[in-house]
Design a protein around this ligand. Structure first.
Ligand SMILES: C[C@H](O)[C@H](O)[C@H]1CNC2=NC(N)=NC(=O)C2=N1
Length: 97
C-alpha cells in the first residue's frame, strides 16, 4: 500500500477534519479522541473495531481511559496515510454513530 498522493490526502483530510480528526504532519497520521457514555460503550466499540482491523490486517494505535479512546491511524509500512487508514477511519465513524 502506497501513501496517499497530495490531492487524495487533501480530500481525505477534509473528510476527516470535518469529523474531528486532526492531522499529525510530522508522522502523516490522523488522530481523534472518541468519547462514549461509559466504559462499556467504549470497550464495546473497541471490540467491534478490533475485529474489523484484524480482518483488514491494519491496526490502530489507541489508548482507552474509561469512556475515552485516543486513536492514531497511520500505515507503518508506508510511513504515512494510505487508503487503509481512511477505510479504518470510516469504520470507526460508522460504528460510533
Ligand atoms: C505483517 C503485517 O501484515 C503488518 O505488520 C501489518 C499489520 N498491521 C498494520 N497496521 C498498521 N497500522 N500499519 C501497518 O503497516 C501494519 N502492518
Amino acid at each position: 500500500m502506497t501513501r496517499l498522493e497530495d490531492a487524495a490526502r487533501a480530500d481525505a483530510l477534509a473528510w476527516a477534519e470535518a469529523r474531528g480528526w486532526a492531522h499529525d504532519g510530522e508522522r502523516d497520521a490522523i488522530t481523534k479522541t472518541f468519547r462514549f457514555k461509559d466504559f462499556a460503550q467504549a470497550f464495546g466499540w473497541m471490540t467491534r473495531i478490533a475485529i474489523v482491523a484484524d480482518k483488514m490486517d491494519h491496526h490502530p494505535e489507541w489508548a482507552n481511559v474509561y469512556n475515552r479512546v485516543e486513536v492514531t491511524l497511520v500505515t507503518h509500512d508506508a510511513n504515512g496515510l494510505t487508503e487503509l487508514d481512511m477505510t479504518l477511519a470510516r469504520a470507526m465513524e460508522d460504528a460510533a454513530a
